[in-house]
Design a protein around this ligand. Sequence first.
Ligand code: CO8
Length: 260
Amino acid sequence: MSVELFIEHDLALIRLNRPKALNALSFSILGEMDAALDEIEQAVTNGAVRGLIFTGAGDKSFCAGADITELMGRPILDEHKGAAIGQKVFARIAALPVPSVAVIHGYAFGGGLELALACTFRIATARARMGLPEVKLGLIPGYGGTQRLPRLIGEGRALEIIMSGRTVEAQEAERIGLVNRLVEQGDPVEIGKEFLAPFLKQSLTAMEFARQAITRGMQTSLDEGLRIERDLSTLAYQTADAKEGMQAFVEKRPAIFKDQ
Ligand code: CO8
């Protein structure tokens, strides 16, 4: 299998394991990822998973993008379907009701960066190199990059990065908000675990309402976004977790959330 899934101690880990091709995404890998997401969604429903980490095998690359050899010479309708497959799988990641983090410990190019952009968070190690170099291949990003990158770092920066196809080094990625955190070095899985640890203690329900208010609000007008926030904050207010959180505050004790 080129997509390995591990579920342990509240966390799911997806590791791309095709190091000889720098973990490039073939369509069969996207299919394996889709199947892994079935398992993860089930485990989230059962309460066995509260966070998801993505890493790539080997010390060189998170993921070098779509498999270029596989993209070549395809009929145009197949290519259109291929973009739809990549977008669908990454949209499933973005819609998961648990926080996800991509630990970028080497190259994250093209579809590899688009995968990281679909996650809730991104961490880079000092050796990380990122970019959407599709234009250099005469292509443009097709797995969400033209949409998620500008929403994350702003239109001007996204235009420059996508139209030049240039490589973004780890420090710049942190400065422009492409990654949430830069760590010098370390085991990617441990980095991901450490980053997600504080989120595991929060109410999943409250985090999911917050995430939805932000991501849905980013796609609409300020007035509509404020309406979404009013509705979701009022929904959050009615949860058992809100009752527990406020009660725990006045009793000066840690809250025990049940995601309800
Ligand atoms: N696809 C297939 N094979 C790859 C890929 C890739 N994306 N990237 C690397 N490899 C292979 C290389 O061919 C090489 O194989 P081999 O050993 O058999 O020759 C092996 O991985 C190691 O690569 P390098 O020797 O090139 O390693 P370097 O450290 O010298 O360079 C780089 C690393 C800079 C990452 C370089 O490999 C590179 O530029 N890779 C391509 C990066 C890229 O352009 N990615 C974007 C791909 S397109 C994409 O993701 C579009 C998604 C949406 C498409 C939607 C279409 C409708």
